[in-house]
Every structure is written in C-alpha cells, then in structure tokens.
Design a protein around this ligand. Structure first.
Ligand code: ATP
Length: 497
C-alpha cells in the first residue's frame, strides 16, 4: 500500500467527491488524480526520478497536495519544509537532504528569490529567471497514468525536526510508517469518506500531515486546507464547510477563545477536537469544553520520530486526568518507561518514555550516530521524562535534555515554570541550568514581563522546595523561539557555555 495507490483508488471509487477544498477551490478526487499525474510527468521531465528528494516550501494549499502526491507517485522522496523558516534555514535543509528540486509558493517568494542553490527551482506563480512555473509545467502535460511500483518499505518522506535540541535533523519515513499512523487515526477517531478534516496547522509538521492529511487520503474524505491559522478563519471554516475533525496545538484553541467568539458560532458539525504538542491544564480543559461544546476533545502525545503516534487521552478521561497523556498507547504502538541503559523502571519511578511501533521513523537521515543513540533496540527514546500514576496514566514531567542536576539532585524546570506562569507580570519563562563551580549546575529563570525578581522568589519559596528556587533571574523583552514557536532553551544555555 502507498499514497499513490490510495489516491488512484479514491479517484475510481469517489471520482466526484471533494478531495481538497481551499480558498474557494474545490478539487474532486478524479481531478486531483489527473493533476497529480500531470505534475508527476512534469517533474520527471526535469530529470527528477525515484529516490530523488524534492523539497516543498508550500503552505497548506492545493499545490501542496498535488506536489506531495506527485513526488511520491514517481517514487521520489518528499521533503516538506516549514514555511516560516528563513532562507538560511531553508538552505541548510536543502543541502542536508540533498534535494534535487525545490517547489516554493509565490507568497513565500521573497524568502527564496535570492537563494543560491543548484536545485531545480519551481514556483507556483509565473516563471521568472531560473524559476519554472508549477502550473505552466503541469498544464503542458497530458494526463498519462504514471507507472511506478512502490513497496511499503520504500522511502516516502523526510520531515525535519524543529531544532529545539540542536540543528534540525531529517527524520526518514517509509510508507509503512506513515500509513500505520494514519490507520491509527482512522480506527481511533472514526474517519470516514463523509468526514471533512480541517487542516490549518502546517502540513510540514508530522501531526497534521501523517495523522490527518494521510487518514483523509486513506478513507477518501475531504481535506479543507487553510494556508494560515487565524481564530476567525478557523471558526469560519468550521461553519461554512461543516468540518468534522480538527487538529491543533493547545494555543490554537486558547487564542481562539481569547480573540474570537466560538460560543456565537455553529460548531455542531464537529466530532473530534484533537490537540497535541503540549498538555492542557484542568482549567484550560474546562474553558475549552465550554467554548467548543460539541464533539470529543482528544489529546495526542507523540513526536516526529514516532510518526507521531504515541498515546491518546480521550474525552471522558479529561475529567480526572487532564494534563496527563493517557494510560494507553495509540493503536499499533507500545509504550514503556526506561532508564539510561534501556531497562524498564520500577512502578512509580521517573523514566524516559520509549515507544515501539510501525509508526517509528526508519532513521535520522545520514546521521547514523544519532540514530543509534535514539533507539534502544526497537524502542524509540523520546527524550521525555514521565511517571505513571496508580491508575496507569502517564504524566510528562519534562524533556530529559532540559533537566537540571544541581548538587546531584534532579530538578525539572517545567515545575518551576508552571508556578512562575501563574504570577501576574510573568508573560513567558524558561528555567535553565547554568554551570556552577560547586554544584555542577545552578537554577536560572529567564522571563519576560514586568514582575520583579523579589516577588517571583517569594512566591516560589512558598510553593516549591528551596533547592528548586532559581538563584539567578534575567528579565528579557521576549524569549527566543524557533519557527514552530517553541522556546530555544539550548540557545539560552549557550550564552553560559
Ligand atoms: P525537536 O525534536 O527539534 O526538539 P520538537 O520539540 O518541535 O523538535 P516535535 O516532534 O514537534 O519536536 O515535538 C514533540 C515533543 O512535544 C514531545 O517529545 C513532547 O516533549 C512534546 N509533546 C507532544 N505532545 C505532547 C502532549 N500531548 N503533552 C505533553 N507534551 C507533548
């Protein structure tokens, strides 16, 4: 099974059923299949062949869907890139992946127009200089079926990690991985041909791409794409397109509640509100369930390297276990907590989450040392430290790389950050360990906001053990974040290296 065969099946079985809806364009499955054949032939004409890498610098648009499926249809490997990256970051990924072609959207042309790279350059608007036009190339082709035999173990995709823990790494997937993860969503979240999946989160990220774009393709459902996310557009699309499934980071729900008025909208078509990437607190869950009352709120825990299949926390479980990541692995995945040598930790102890399943990546592209380090046998080390409670629920404590060891004692920055974020006048915060001659590391808080450090220290002294209270405070305008919005703790630590 592969994506190309799924598209061909949908074109046969549901030729007139809407495959893609985006900004007024509606593309049925038979038409999508034709466009994919034409673009596949067009890139073959540019000497792109099986196993070549083709980078997509495209927001969620019909061109993304066509290019993604066409690259895979000719047996080449697709490399979707986060559209918020700078030219320098994009250049790094093109070189690291060895991409042979780059397909960029016209709305991002300012970022790429001066790019110096030997790749074949294609843009969605008119041709200019060394850039060919996507649509002109496509329209010049006949709709000739493309013959390409693909196996489940063939390579389909390289996704780049967001680089919070160093330079972005290419995560290499076979068809087996991505289709397993999509099957998980189909089984767990009842995706059907009549489902309408709203995709507003960038398709360069594993969760929207493999969990939802792919499960839609697998079942022949409709994919409603928006190139950007804004709270109003999000609510408009649900109302106008009667969507049934949505995936977003917690911040998507929380900002929509602050900036728009979900209660005044008709959200009755929605069956699944899915979130992941970070937990929601009890309070936040209460607010979200009031603002988005129809359908089921479901948490997905995972990471790019796992496909991102990990665990699920279902709607009814939020009543008692909001903030946890659930008690069971998603379909097709197994979970355990392990120690540094890969053995299971004793019940109640903190351990690193390890995941085993067909969704796991094959390897980090061209990084054999990193690949070796991240696998303990078949188990993928997630880098997340967690504990299991007496009911079997897993609670993520912090990322292993962020843990501070001061005087031989483990300190989890998240615990301190969560308390600091409750203080009025603290807008954002990162707690890090900085070198200390006696204790190895000492605790430092870097925060944005107008609270003063004496006030913060007093609050913390009443709430957490004294060895956890930061000894150093730094007030900044804002914290450094990467293109996905995650705080770059390593760069804050780097300042002390
Ligand atoms: P990098 O690997 O470069 O650091 P990243 O952190 O953006 O990039 P992702 O795969 O996007 O990598 O994020 C995965 C991480 O997000 C997980 O390892 C975990 O720390 C966190 N995470 C994901 N889902 C949840 C969740 N439901 N609850 C808590 N944390 C989560």
């Amino acid at each position: 099974m592969n994506t190309s065969a799924l598209l061909a099946r949908n074109a046969r079985k549901y030729p007139h059923h809407e495959a893609i809806v985006c900004q007024g364009k509606r593309i049925p499955y038979a038409e999508l299949d034709r466009l994919v054949n034409k673009f596949g032939s067009a890139i073959r004409g540019k000497e792109i062949h099986a196993e070549d890498k083709v980078a997509l610098f495209l927001p969620n648009t019909p061109e993304f869907a066509i290019a993604y499926l066409a690259v895979q249809r000719i047996g080449a490997i697709v490399v979707p890139i986060n559209v918020k990256l700078t030219q320098e970051e994009l250049h790094y990924i093109l070189e690291d992946s060895g991409a042979k072609a780059l397909i960029a959207h016209d709305m991002l042309f300012d970022t790429v127009k001066t790019l110096e790279s030997p790749v074949e350059k294609i843009k969605t608007g008119d041709a200019t200089g060394e850039w060919s036009s996507f649509w002109q190339m496509l329209e010049a082709q006949k709709d000739t079926p493309i013959e390409c035999y693909l196996r489940e173990d063939d390579l389909s995709t390289i996704l780049y990690t967001s680089g919070t823990t160093g330079k972005p790494k290419g995560v290499l997937f076979t068809y087996r991985s991505i289709l397993n993860v999509a099957t998980m969503i189909n089984i767990e979240m009842e995706v059907k041909p009549e489902s309408r999946i709203l995709l507003s989160m960038p398709l360069s990220h594993s969760a929207p791409l493999h969990l939802f774009f792919m499960s839609g393709l697998m079942t022949g459902s409709t994919l409603v794409l928006t190139p950007t996310f804004t709270p109003d557009l999000f609510l408009d699309m649900i109302e106008e397109e009667r969507t049934t499934h949505f995936f977003g980071a917690p911040v998507a729900y929380l900002t929509t509640m602050q900036m728009a008025n979900p209660a005044g909208r008709d959200l009755s078509s929605m069956k699944w509100w899915v979130y992941g990437g970070a937990p929601l607190s009890e309070n936040e869950v209460r607010g979200i369930k009031q603002a988005f009352p129809t359908g089921q709120l479901t948490c997905v825990y995972g990471l790019t390297e796992a496909g991102p299949s990990g665990t699920l926390l279902f709607d009814e479980e939020h009543k008692e276990k909001a903030g946890s990541i659930g008690r069971r692995a998603a379909w097709g995945t197994e979970i355990r907590l392990i120690d540094d040598v890969g053995d299971k930790v004793a019940p109640g102890d903190v351990g690193e989450i390890a995941l085993r399943g067909e969704g796991n990546m094959r390897e980090y592209f061209r990084k054999s040392h990193e690949t070796e380090a991240v696998f303990a046998g078949e188990w993928l080390r997630t880098g997340d430290l967690a504990m299991q409670d007496e009911d079997g629920y897993f609670w993520v404590i912090d990322r292993k790389k962020d843990m501070i060891i001061s005087g031989g004692v483990n300190i989890y920055p998240k615990e301190i950050e969560n308390v600091m974020l409750e203080i009025e006048g603290v807008r954002e915060v990162a707690v890090i360990g900085v070198p200390h001659p006696e204790w190895g590391e000492t605790v430092k808080a870097v925060y944005a906001g107008d609270a003063d450090d004496t006030e913060i220290r007093n609050t913390l002294e009443n709430r957490v053990a004294s060895y956890k209270v930061p000894r150093i405070y730094e007030q900044v305008e804002e914290l450094p974040r990467n293109a996905s919005g995650k705080i770059l703790k390593q760069s804050l630590k780097g300042a002390h290296a």
